[in-house]
Design a protein around this ligand. Sequence first.
Ligand code: KG4
Ligand code: ZN
Length: 350
Amino acid sequence: MKGMSYSKNIINLAFESSCDDFSCAVLLKDNEGIKILSNIIYSQDFVHGIYGGVVPELASRNHIKASLPALKFALSKANIGLKDVDLISATAGPGLVGSLLIGLMEAKTISFALNIPLVKINHIEGHIFSPFLENKEEFPFIALVISGGHTHIYLVKSHSDIKLIGKTRDDACGELFDKVSNYLGFGYPGGRVIDELAEKGNKNAFKFPLPMAHSHTLDMSFSGLKTAVISTINNLGGFGKIKENIVFDIFASVREAVVKILYKKTLDAVDIYGINTVVVSGGVSANSRIRSLFTEHAKNPCLKVIFPSISLSTDNAAMIGYAGYFKSSIDPIKNKEEFLNINADSSWEL
Ligand code: KG4
Ligand code: ZN
């Protein structure tokens, strides 16, 4: 394939495969900023849905199948060839080790064969900066990263100064949505379906507990809330026995409880650190109630809340590429030995 010429500009090929989505993106950085030329996502929801959660071995096997088609599609959509690539960015953790290895090794192989610099990116870092693919960067900010595996609050002063200031002590908020949805027979992943059906329910129908919401730390807890919702479902007769309108009420009430906890802790962080810019990102940030509550609050001119667009909320390689541009100048791979030692780190903490 003949590539377009982007002289003096930086073309970045990015890979993300930390969980059950395989994504490959091409970005361009020129004097106008950073643009997404392509962002291909092969979702595996149909593979794992019937099991009620991600089956790691199936995720890696399906990533192998997706890895070359995703690369080819991303390059052709961006109208470039591999010889045009100046930089490669790949997620190296945290996540499922078998999944991470597929994208990372594809990136490493291209980097080695064509002598293109490679940067390894922390998945959470990708989420933190994802809104800046479409919005102007502003430092410092409080970042609320909410996904199927994370519920973390960070104080972000620059691309390289990111401090964890609060996190869930047990389940992630997305995990809670996924488990409740699965328990009621709505399958995996559950966040989006709960969000849609919650619109038909009454958010005040059930008073679920808000564990740790009023504690003096920025840490959170969701497992007690999950148990309370599951017990309510059991008390109402269990799976298949609850009337549709009551299911919608449960969804609306649990969504409200999760959103209240996240909202309270984020505003606590704003108060404690005196920082009035907030970034909310990760798959759960697609939630319509979270968006409406924060946006309402942001009418207060003292608070600015920035979300990624819905399509960039869930896992994608474009956000990894965005972080890659900065990482390549802050933390480049220095020598061959360091390159050879790049490996997946399933529990890599920022
Ligand atoms: O960031 P992500 O794609 O993957 C992880 O890094 O985990 O997030 C996936 C999570 C799942 O738990 C899914 O149920 C949740 O995001 N999610 C939502 C919505 N859309 C996806 N949760 C609440 N409301 C939504 N609209
Ligand atoms: Zn994620």
